[in-house]
Design a protein around this ligand. Structure first.
Ligand SMILES: [Ca+2]
Ligand SMILES: [Ca+2]
Length: 238
């Protein structure tokens, strides 16, 4: 094989590798909390229940309040993906008639809303907004408790009114700042031994906007050009 053909083949390989690398995401934070939580969390206590480590200040989960994940020195990026499991523990009331008003829960990124809804475990006529998000006005929806859940009873509280529910979420959105503050907030209106929450399997990844990657049609054109050169070189050597 001639040196020229080898060079063209190498060029094609590098081109395709470059496209793949540009499109891939980079994980900048990931934890299942089996080794605790670090100072990147404003509240970094972890709990252990039914064989599972998770982010919460007791086995009943956090009460009403915010836990913020702050990450700095992010490499250049255009998109961020935030993924996590949310444990809704014991008798959350959603937007139903019991429990003193809506038990809302929100994720914001640098102060901007990403996800805002409410959840119910306690039945007896209660409903929840999720799988909808909360609008400016209105209840958001009248779904049955646990609608859209990833699992129930994982933390050992069971599947009844005082059980626990796991929701698995992933949100991807435009973000390019070198720092990020993710605020996870519960607006629940009863104590943590009555209704609580925790986080698990939290990961944050960044990636370039796909618009920075050449369109498939353009890199196919580039590749076909390379193949043309290759064919020309092949004819010369035969
Ligand atoms: Ca865990
Ligand atoms: Ca409540």
């Amino acid at each position: 094989m001639s040196h020229f053909i080898k060079t063209v083949i190498l060029g094609i390989v590098l081109l395709l590798t470059g496209v793949t690398r540009n499109a891939s995401a980079t994980v900048i934070y990931s934890s299942d909390f089996s080794s605790g939580a670090g100072m990147e969390w404003s509240v970094n206590s972890t709990a252990f229940k039914n064989g599972e480590y998770f982010l919460a200040d007791s086995v009943y989960g956090f009460g009403n309040g915010t836990n913020t994940l702050s990450l700095t020195l992010l490499p250049s990026h255009n998109l961020v993906t935030v993924s996590f499991d949310l444990y809704i523990i014991q008798s959350w009331d959603g937007n139903g008639q019991w429990g003193g008003g809506a038990d809302n829960w929100q994720l914001t990124s640098d102060g901007g809303n990403i996800f805002y809804t409410n959840f119910a475990n306690y039945g007896n006529g209660n409903t929840q907004a999720y799988t909808n998000q909360l609008p400016t006005y209105g209840s958001g929806g009248t779904f049955q408790p646990r609608t859209g859940a990833y699992g129930s009873g994982h933390l050992g509280y069971g599947m009844g009114d005082w059980g626990d529910t796991t929701y698995r979420f992933s949100f991807t959105y435009a973000h390019s700042a070198p720092t990020i503050n993710l605020a996870f907030t519960s607006f629940q209106n009863q104590g943590a031994s009555d209704e609580g929450w925790g986080l698990d399997n939290v990961s944050v990844s960044i990636s370039p906007d796909t618009s920075s990657v050449p369109e498939p049609s353009s890199w196919l054109l580039l590749a076909s050009g390379c193949f043309g050169l290759l064919a020309k070189a092949w004819r010369k050597t035969t």
